[in-house]
Design a protein around this ligand. Structure first.
Ligand SMILES: [Fe+2]
Ligand SMILES: [Fe+2]
Length: 160
């Protein structure tokens, strides 16, 4: 898999990527041996490419995608409110709102990304894209496709 349009993607998210809280997701495991940061970058990039191809708002999709799992705790070992699958979108939105200025679309992307598990459907078409990308990326991580395509190695991130 070729990582196309890297600069265009990084232009959308580089300020978020350099934030310490976003970087701290590298120390949280998400699926198997993929960190929460790697997963979030993967979801963000896939959402960026999909929305750009469709002529939709790719910048907000990339930014919301990068922040969608900014819950900032180890859900396996650390105490947290409610069941992680249901509650972490709200935790991610709270953390993101405390740190960044978010658009309505970015907020919706973050808080609705577990739909349909969380019942209220997304308000924006970009939110459906990120929600779908999240599921596809999670499967790719669980079945070791993420490492097989060498996504992290091929995506040349600018210095954080
Ligand atoms: Fe999530
Ligand atoms: Fe996710």
């Amino acid at each position: 898999m070729e990582i196309k349009d890297q600069q265009g993607f990084l232009d959308c998210v580089s300020d978020l990527l350099s934030d310490p809280s976003v970087q701290s997701m590298e120390h949280l495991s998400q699926h198997v041996d993929v960190s929460c940061l790697q997963h979030s970058i993967f979801v963000s990039y896939v959402s960026y490419r999909a929305c750009k191809a469709l002529g939709w708002n790719y910048e907000e999709a990339a930014r919301g995608g990068l922040l969608h799992d900014l819950f900032l705790y180890d859900w396996r070992t650390e105490p947290h409110e409610g069941l992680h699958g249901f509650s972490h979108p709200k935790a991610a939105l709270k953390n993101a709102e405390e740190r960044f200025s978010l658009t309505d679309r970015e907020k919706d992307i973050i808080v609705k990304h577990m739909w349909p598990l969380t019942l209220r459907p997304p308000r924006f078409r970009e939110s459906f894209i990120v929600s779908g990308a999240d599921k596809v990326c999670a499967l790719a991580e669980m079945f070791h496709i993420y490492h097989a395509i060498k996504f992290a190695a091929k995506l040349k991130l600018s210095p954080a």
